[in-house]
Design a binder for this molecule. Structure first.
Ligand code: PMP
Length: 364
């Protein structure tokens, strides 16, 4: 893979977004780690939780906790009402047509497994094909591999170019009468690439093929309208979007457009500043990107980057990010990954840049 930095990214005009106020809602961000202010850049793994989510959880356990959908007593009714109210909020958030379309699971992994081993299992017979891409998280690979081994089907993989974008023309040619499901990531958790899923769904549907979207990194960073996308399944995780592990969309309390705008500018600022560091290679330079910045440093293993940055209070992820095929494509063993949320600020990017310079110095 060739090194190629993203030159097309544009800084959007600033819009009022009171990130300082947003940060105040997240108590954990006030912490210091090793005597330094916490710089939390591991949001693709899980986001931090605002005070009102923590309060809502406490309130639930202190005042409402009971078995939902079962008991006929007061608390059980109350717990059921809260649980179902969350379903309505999620329906509105993603513009699902029917409330019944919102199915709670523990997260994206469980959701994809559920589809693969229920709907998927009945869709396929020996010799059929399922299409995924080379930038999938293991959550969107393993369930299909299990089905492949069980049913004797073929997994076809859409390749990616050196910027980390899917070859849509090759995808289109892959579809045939044996194709039974397309299962694609919306936003890559390693490359940050935003895939043209609306177009891809349209192509699949023209061939009569249903589509599952792994939206784990999509929903937290962009407006999702499942009716407009016309997807058949859209899987995502509440814990990556400021909610508790399990259920939760509380995200409606801020102007989401402004948050997206803020994250976009922050990502571009980070890409610009990091790409000026000698010996640093950004992995994933798609024209359409969101909130994820993976990089490697010349002659330094990514696993050595994390602990040194941790000394500076910087939390980012190093490893293969459960997406080993992507590592193979870019011929790297692992990457360091900074991933942003609406509460991150430029000063944290500056701290990251300073930290990276320290890493380089340690190894020089
Ligand atoms: N898909 C993608 C693209 C992800 O980034 C992740 C989490 N890193 C998952 C699936 C799995 O999500 P969960 O652990 O919430 O099931």
């Amino acid at each position: 893979m060739r090194k190629e930095q993203n030159k097309s990214a544009k800084i959007l005009k600033p819009r009022p977004f009171n990130v300082k106020k947003i940060r105040e809602d997240f108590p954990i961000l006030k912490q210091t780690i090793n005597g330094k202010p916490l710089v939390y850049l591991d949001n693709a793994a899980t986001s931090q939780k605002p005070q009102f989510v923590i309060d809502a959880m406490n309130h639930y356990y202190m005042e409402e906790n009971s078995n939902i959908h079962r008991g006929v007593h007061y608390l059980s009714e109350l717990a059921t009402q809260s649980y179902e109210a969350a379903r309505v909020k999620i329906q509105k958030h993603i513009n699902a047509k029917h409330l019944e379309e919102v199915i709670f699971t523990r997260g994206t992994t469980e959701a994809i497994n559920l589809v693969a081993h229920s709907f998927g299992r009945f869709q396929v017979k020996e010799g059929d094909e399922i299409i995924i891409s080379a930038m999938e998280h293991h959550s969107n690979i393993v369930p299909w591999q299990l089905l492949r081994d069980e049913k004797g089907i073929v997994l076809r993989i859409i390749p990616i170019n050196d910027r980390g974008e899917l070859f849509i023309d090759k995808y289109e040619k892959m579809l045939n009468e044996r194709t039974k499901i397309v299962s694609i990531v919306h936003v890559s958790n390693v490359l940050g690439t935003i895939n043209p899923i609306k177009q891809m769904i349209e192509i699949a549907h023209k061939n009569g093929v249903p589509v599952l979207i792994d939206g784990a990194q999509g929903v937290p960073h962009m407006k999702i309208d499942v009716q407009d996308l016309d997807c058949d399944f859209y899987a995502f995780s509440g814990h990556k979007m400021y909610g508790p592990t399990g259920v939760g969309v509380y995200i409606n309390q801020i102007r989401f457009d402004d948050a997206i705008h803020h994250e976009h500018n922050l990502l571009n600022y980070a890409q610009e500043t990091l790409s000026s560091i000698k010996g640093l290679r950004i992995i994933g330079t798609a024209a359409q990107k969101s909130s994820v910045l993976s990089f490697v440093l010349k002659n330094i293993h990514p696993h050595d980057i994390g602990p040194i940055l941790d000394d500076d209070g910087i939390a980012l992820r190093t490893g293969h990010h459960c997406a080993q095929p992507v590592m193979k494509c870019f011929e790297v063993p692992a990457t360091a990954r900074a991933s942003f949320a609406m509460y991150n600020i430029k000063e944290e990017v500056d701290a990251l840049v300073k930290g990276i310079h320290r890493v380089i110095k340690v190894f020089s």
